[in-house]
Design a protein around this ligand. Structure first.
Ligand code: ZN
Length: 193
C-alpha cells in the first residue's frame, strides 16, 4: 500500500471507530488516488518528527501521516500579510479526501492539518460544516456562541456553517484530521474582514 493509501485506510478505520465522525458524515470516498503531485511546506520536518502520543484510536493515523508526509500536497491558504511568517513556517494541511483531494469525494472533505506550538489561528469561517478531530497534541478552540474548548487526542469538535472560530496552540503542536460536509464543500476558509 502506498503512503497516502495507508493514511486513507487509517483515517477510515478511525472514522469507523468514532461515533461522532460517523454521525457527522458517512464515509464516501474513492480508493483510487488522483494524479496529485506532492508539494512540500516549511513545517514538513515537524510533521515527520511529530512525537506526541495519540490514543489507541488515533495513533495509527498519526503514524501513517508521519510516514507519508513527503507525499502530501501541502497547502497554505493564507498569505504572510494575513498571518505572518512565523505562522507560515509552522502550519500546513493537505486535502486527503474531497473535490480536490488525493482521493476524490464530492460528499465529504477530509484534511490532514498541522499547527506548531505558540500560534494564533485568527478568526475565520466557511460555509461548510466542520468537525475537528485531534489526533495528537492539543489546542484551545474559540468559537462565537460557545465557551473555549481545549481539544485533546481523540476528541472532536463541531463548527456550524459560517460560525466564526479561531484556535490557539500553547506549548504543544496539534495534528488534526478535519472533516467538512454540506454546501461550500469546495470553498476555502476565509479570515474575518
Ligand atoms: Zn474551520
Amino acid at each position: 500500500m502506498s503512503g497516502l493509501a495507508r493514511v486513507l485506510s487509517a483515517a477510515r478505520t478511525l472514522h469507523a471507530a468514532t461515533p461522532g465522525m460517523q454521525a457527522f458524515s458517512p464515509w464516501k470516498c474513492s480508493t483510487t488516488p488522483e494524479d496529485r503531485p506532492s508539494q512540500p511546506m516549511p513545517a514538513l520536518d515537524r510533521v515527520k518528527g511529530f512525537n506526541l502520543p495519540g490514543t489507541v484510536a488515533t495513533q495509527p493515523l498519526i503514524d501513517a501521516i508521519r510516514a507519508a508526509a513527503d507525499f502530501g500536497h501541502w497547502i497554505q491558504t493564507y498569505t504572510e500579510a494575513e498571518v505572518g511568517r512565523n505562522f507560515l513556517d509552522n502550519y500546513g494541511y493537505y486535502e486527503l479526501i474531497g473535490p480536490g483531494g488525493h482521493f476524490r469525494s464530492d460528499q465529504m472533505r477530509g484534511y490532514v492539518a498541522y499547527w506548531g506550538p505558540g500560534l494564533f489561528y485568527d478568526w475565520h469561517n466557511h460555509a461548510a460544516e466542520e468537525l475537528y478531530v485531534c489526533l495528537g497534541g492539543q489546542a484551545r478552540f474559540l468559537a462565537e456562541g460557545r465557551a473555549d474548548v481545549i481539544l485533546t487526542p481523540g476528541e472532536a469538535l463541531y463548527h456550524s456553517a459560517y460560525q466564526p472560530h479561531a484556535m490557539v496552540t500553547e506549548d504543544q503542536p496539534i495534528l488534526t484530521f478535519v472533516l467538512w460536509r454540506g454546501p461550500g464543500l469546495a470553498d476555502l476558509p476565509r479570515m474575518q474582514a
